[in-house]
Design a protein around this ligand. Structure first.
Ligand SMILES: Nc1nc2c(ncn2[C@@H]2O[C@H](COP(=O)(O)OP(=O)(O)O)[C@@H](O)[C@H]2O)c(=O)[nH]1
Ligand SMILES: [Mg+2]
Length: 314
């Protein structure tokens, strides 16, 4: 199966669910009436783009359609797709991995998919010829450390951990040392995400980020926030919260395969103006993909199958 087919399969629930509803609306409505735009807005909200983004999109699409004097909803489809792509392109990320040393701090709530994402990423980077070190800075549970160790072994990369309950900062110092002495070019730092103890967690993350800034002043540093797409609008509020702790440079949106509400990507990019850098479309080691706006829009809206004719009159 090709990469694009794998992406389409991963996004199937969203494409056939909430985006299918949007597609139908355009292709079956007929002549444009006021109701059409109301229904469009409603279907975008149901697709979890959020109220702000849904109303932004509809007013821009409407203005353009009126400017072009379009009569039929089918003709508005292209305008709509262009608008979706425009939003997604505001987040077109530069490459995450640079030629120099790369330090990726991975944050997010429990269960979002941080450890899995690091495992997949470590594997892919190692396959790409990089020397990767993983730091197990989620020291809260032994099981979390073991889970990451298993991924590191699968990927065949260097793994740095301390005992359960030890200071995450100390793990990060240790991993920084090892990265320097190996001349490794990539350090991935896994962190805890227990929001129940919000204040401590935020302090801990802030401290880890400081250590990385100090230890790697010239490295290419990223702070990746991992969000679970199945949580919909909750993902947006988590992003706002974590933004206060560290400068988030990119988002990893996981579990897109498990939700019909993949429209949340569009809401996140539009509202937060933080680029989505990777998407998770399954639990397997190959199921992490760099985010490509064009590919994503095409996979989401069945464009290749039902592209409406340009100037069709009926
Ligand atoms: N279906 C699916 N499951 C995922 C994806 N990413 C992570 N998971 C699952 O989500 C669960 C929690 O992941 P984990 O990495 O432990 O989350 P963490 O607490 O943030 O470290 C695990 O069962 C993963 O297999 C994804 O893209 N798709
Ligand atoms: Mg974890």
């Amino acid at each position: 199966m090709g990469l694009f087919d794998a992406l389409k399969r991963g996004l199937r629930k969203t494409r056939e669910g909430s985006m299918g509803v949007v597609d139908e609306l355009f292709l079956q409505y007929g002549e444009i009436e006021d109701d059409f735009y109301d229904e469009l807005e409603e279907s975008l909200i149901l697709a979890d783009m959020g109220m702000t983004t849904a109303s932004d999109i509809v007013s821009r699409v409407r203005a353009k359609a009126e400017e072009k004097k379009l009569q039929y909803t089918k003709q508005v489809y292209d305008v709509f797709i262009d608008e979706i792509k425009r939003i997604l392109y505001t987040s077109k990320p530069k490459a995450v991995i640079d030629r120099m040393t790369n330090v990726l701090l991975v944050i997010g709530v429990n269960g979002a998919g941080k450890t899995t994402t690091i495992g997949k990423l470590a594997y892919q980077l190692k396959q790409g010829g990089h020397d990767v070190v993983i730091a197990a800075a989620d020291t809260f549970r032994a099981a979390a450390i073991d889970q990451l160790r298993v991924w590191a072994e699968r990927a065949g990369v260097t793994f740095v951990s301390h005992a359960e309950g030890s200071d995450p900062g100390a793990v990060v110092y240790d991993a920084a040392d090892i990265t320097h002495s190996r001349w490794a070019d990539i350090l991935l730092v896994d962190t805890a995400g227990r929001l129940q103890n919000k204040k401590n967690l935020m302090e801990e993350l802030r401290k880890i980020n400081k250590i990385l800034e100090r230890e790697f002043p010239t490295a290419h540093r990223e702070v990746l926030l991992v969000l679970d797409a199945t949580t919909g609008q909750n993902a947006l509020s988590q992003a706002r919260l974590f933004k206060e702790v560290a400068p988030i440079s990119g988002i990893v949106l996981t579990k897109l395969d498990g939700t019909a509400k993949g429209g949340v990507v569009i809401g996140i990019v539009n509202e937060l103006q933080i680029p989505v850098k990777y998407i998770g479309i399954g639990e397997g080691i190959d199921d992490l993909r760099p985010f490509d706006p064009d590919e994503f829009a095409t996979a989401l809206f069945s464009l290749d199958e039902r592209q409406p004719a340009e100037n069709e009159e009926s």
